[in-house]
Design a protein around this ligand. Structure first.
Ligand code: SF4
Ligand code: SF4
Length: 287
């Protein structure tokens, strides 16, 4: 089973929840798809078994073969090519590596060179497999890194927890594409309700069954409760506001490993998520 954990903004508790339920599962795969800020490794401190460089083909032009016909410029819908003066220019940040310019060029002026996007790491911590990546500084898109991580994760049969990037951008949509169930983490505030709506709209669009977990809950009435009630959305659990939890989490500690009380709490939370994900009666189930 593949569980995606997402939230409408950073700092909501998405990684906090992901690492703790993965740890409570004892044997699991944890995939950190937040390739721009991969924090999961700070918690797990895994032993790194392998590192792979992920590249993308980038067109390179031999100016001596270019006759200035601009067929490639007209073809490129991403505006990654421009002919200025007597020179063809390639803008790597805009290129989507479709390879079209190589096909349309009548003089075969293009070749492809690999462009490094970042590194993908395979690590282990006890029986937890930790897959994470680091996007190269200055790189515009981490989509290919996320795709690589998710493909790698499919080689394992264990319970898989996908720690998504924050928000609802293209890296998030890529991260949830093959998820069986989504856990939406939200804070009990007006801002939290707004961010919850963003991820709720996203999982609904992708028809992914979901449940909501309210983090830092005081149990009192709040805008996130109201939003869920008005839209008949399933709140499957609440994580209480707990200063000690926050302090230990901020030190990069996995609470489920710290003491039996917290281990029991996250095991129970994991069971709830598993039960809801399996249940076709969940209100958020769309398929
Ligand atoms: S590979 Fe595709 S996106 Fe990149 S420059 Fe060529 S046509 Fe444009
Ligand atoms: S299609 Fe080829 S020959 Fe024409 S401008 Fe582009 S690189 Fe030059």
């Amino acid at each position: 089973m593949r569980i995606a954990v997402l939230s409408g903004k950073g700092g909501t508790g998405k990684t906090f929840l992901s690492v703790n339920i993965a740890s409570a599962a004892k044997e699991a795969v944890y995939v950190d798809c937040d390739v721009e800020e991969p924090n999961g490794r700070i918690y797990f401190k895994p032993h790194i078994i392998s590192a792979e460089t992920v590249t993308q083909p980038l067109p390179q032009v031999d100016q001596s073969k270019c006759n200035g016909c601009e067929k490639c410029v007209d073809f490129c819908k991403f505006n990654a090519l421009a002919y200025t003066g007597d020179k063809l220019m390639v803008f790597p940040q805009l290129c989507h590596s479709c390879g079209g310019c190589l096909l349309v060029c009548p003089t075969k002026a293009f070749t492809e060179i690999p462009k490094t996007l970042g590194q993908v790491y395979l690590g282990v911590k006890d029986k937890i497999t930790v897959l994470s990546a680091e996007m190269k500084i200055g790189e515009a898109s981490g989509t290919k890194l996320v795709q690589n991580l998710l493909e790698n994760s499919k080689t394992y049969k264990s319970f898989t927890f996908i720690d998504c990037p924050p928000g609802t951008g293209c890296l998030v949509t890529e991260s949830i594409r093959d998820a069986d169930y989504a856990v939406l983490v939200a804070e009990p505030t007006l801002f939290g309700a707004h961010n919850l709506k963003l991820v709720y709209d996203l999982v609904t669009l992708y028809e992914i069954p979901f449940g909501i977990i309210i983090n830092k809950s005081t149990g009192e009435e709040n805008p996130t409760f109201a939003f869920c009630r008005e839209n008949n959305l399933p709140i499957i659990a609440e994580i209480p506001y707990d200063k000690k939890m926050g302090e230990e989490n901020s030190k990069g500690k996995i609470l489920a490993e710290e003491n039996p009380k917290w281990e029991k709490f996250f095991s129970k939370l994991l069971n709830t998520i598993y039960r809801e994900a399996k249940s076709e009666k969940t209100a958020g189930f769309k398929r």
